[in-house]
Ligand binder design. Structure first.
Ligand SMILES: Nc1nc2c(ncn2[C@@H]2O[C@H](COP(=O)(O)OP(=O)(O)OP(=O)(O)O)[C@@H](O)[C@H]2O)c(=O)[nH]1
Ligand SMILES: C[C@H](OP(=O)(O)O)C(=O)O
Length: 221
């Protein structure tokens, strides 16, 4: 199965700007991308990064064995148009977002092993964090309530639909509160938790609630 990983290479993760500088946001986004690519490789699939601008993967901290199984396609169009340009073939296509920092091979395999024409791993709040398209007429429409919109679109084109209920695939890293999930549930050998710790983030408990806090001095800022 072809796996496409959309990646906003320029000014990524703007919703993290309250807690991260532009350079740090790029570092975190690149670390999450590296983690997703490593995880995908562990499932035995090759991945194509669908990037907004050319990316030099040699500069990212990616294992050479993983790099061998990854290619880059540049498409400057907005997300929905860029992804739709990869659909419409008879071959199944999976689209896995680059900010799924908690993804594991088992979670992705569960999505890839579905048989429905369209299988969706929704995000919290009705995003579409990962999906598999096996129907030539199905097209995506990202942002907003894209999970609900994609269900409707599947019905419109007569495609069967399966929803994959997965905590690890439902957790995309968009907002400062999501950083808790990376520190708590990130895989031991993952890059993203390490980068956050290098930036000075740590788990804190306030009134019984777990959040992240940042140490005052952080040389990378
Ligand atoms: N190819 C491509 N990928 C995109 C684009 N916008 C977002 N992405 C990727 O799509 C996935 C989901 O992105 P979002 O969380 O909606 O957006 P983001 O740019 O990462 O973050 P925000 O700036 O905070 O919205 C991530 O893997 C992004 O890197 C785009 O215009 N083109
Ligand atoms: C791409 C978009 O991601 P979000 O903005 O919900 O993170 C979506 O899932 O439709």
């Amino acid at each position: 199965m072809r796996v496409v990983v959309p990646f906003a290479a320029t000014a990524p993760k703007t919703r993290l700007s309250p807690v991260l500088s532009p350079a740090e946001r790029s570092r975190v986004a690149e670390a999450m991308l590296a983690d997703v690519l490593t995880t995908l490789t562990e499932t035995g699939h090759e991945a194509t990064i669908l990037a907004t601008t050319p990316v030099d993967l040699e500069e990212y901290d990616i294992d050479p064995d993983v790099l061998e199984r990854v290619s880059v396609a540049v498409d400057e169009r907005p997300l929905t148009e860029a992804v739709n340009a990869r659909l419409g073939t008879d071959d199944p296509v999976a689209v896995v977002m680059a900010d799924l920092a908690l993804a594991t091979p088992a979670a992705l395999e569960r999505l890839f092993e579905t048989e429905a024409d369209v299988a969706i791993a929704p995000g919290r709040g009705s995003g579409t964090n990962a999906l598999v398209v096996r129907h030539p007429e199905f097209r995506v429409d990202y942002h907003g309530t894209s999970y609900l919109d994609h269900r409707e679109r599947a019905q419109d084109v007569g495609a069967s639909l399966e929803t994959v209920d997965s905590f690890r695939l439902a957790t995309d890293i968009d907002e400062p509160a999501d950083l808790v999930e990376v520190l708590v549930h990130g895989r031991d050998d993952a890059r993203a938790p390490a980068v956050l710790r290098e930036c000075g983030f740590e788990l804190t408990e306030t009134d019984g609630r777990v959040t992240v806090s940042r140490r005052e001095s952080n040389p990378s800022k």
